[in-house]
Design a protein around this ligand. Structure first.
Ligand SMILES: C[S@@+](CC[C@H](N)C(=O)[O-])C[C@H]1O[C@@H](n2cnc3c(N)ncnc32)[C@H](O)[C@@H]1O
Length: 216
């Protein structure tokens, strides 16, 4: 299991470090939509499966393997182990995650099959078709990435190209974007959803961007 395999030493996110309620409020997912989501712990991807197909990616092999195990645990109906993170984590995080998941588990047990976990970097990920929403958690400001402004803009443009009209790009690290380039990328900040997705203590500053018009 997880404790015996050295691969899992590289897992950095055992459960989501963000609020599922806030992310769902900011992404405003609708039934039948298609999502692209960074994996991390896999929690957000699994939560999104309530609404539709989820392509979940991460460039850390351990995160993908860990999330895949959680998917199997949930699909088997082992809710106890799905909710129990097995490691010491701040109680507040564990409780808010459990509160979000508990009432949805009987449905998620089945819908989790709509999540596919893929090892890959967002800059080169081969994806087919378009998405209604894309969830990027801290990728722009992820310490190991060390992206320049140019690289951040190229990444935003790539995501924009994968979005359907009116689609949503939810960035947890919304404060690291250069808003002056958004118009050119046919993206605009959806202030209403950004406000709904924001945390009271402003620990995370998400920006919810909306795809507008046609990208040249
Ligand atoms: C802050 S964590 C996500 C935490 C998330 N809130 C959760 O539910 O666990 C960011 C994840 O992005 C992954 N990541 C960072 N840069 C990436 C990139 N360029 N392509 C793919 N994945 C990346 C990291 O390996 C990490 O698992």
């Amino acid at each position: 299991m997880i404790d015996d395999d050295p691969l899992f030493d590289d897992v950095r996110f055992h459960i989501t470090n963000e609020s599922l309620d806030k992310i769902m409020a900011g992404m405003h997912p609708q039934d039948g939509q298609r999502f692209l989501a960074v994996c991390g712990s896999g929690d957000v991807s699994i939560a999104l499966s309530e609404f539709g197909e989820v392509v979940s990616f991460d460039n850390n092999e351990a995160q993908i393997a860990y999330a895949e195990i959680h998917k199997q645990i949930l699909a088997q109906g082992d809710f106890y182990h799905f909710l129990d993170p097995e490691f010491y984590l701040p109680t507040e995080l564990v409780q808010s995650r459990s509160k979000y998941f508990e009432k949805r588990l009987p449905f998620l047990q089945h819908s989790v099959q709509r999540v596919s976990f893929t090892l890959g970097d967002i800059n080169t990920l081969p994806v087919e078709g378009y998405f209604d929403s894309i969830y990027l958690s801290n990728i722009l400001s992820y310490r190991q990435n060390k992206y320049s402004f140019k690289q951040k803009n190229a990444l935003l443009r790539r995501c924009r190209k994968m979005l359907r009209k009116n689609g949503i790009l939810y960035l947890t690290d919304g404060n690291s974007i250069q808003t002056k380039f958004l118009t050119r990328m046919k993206l605009e900040i959806d202030r209403n959803l950004t406000e709904q997705g924001a945390y009271e203590n402003r620990r995370y500053l998400p920006s919810v961007l909306r795809a507008i018009g046609e990208l040249q």
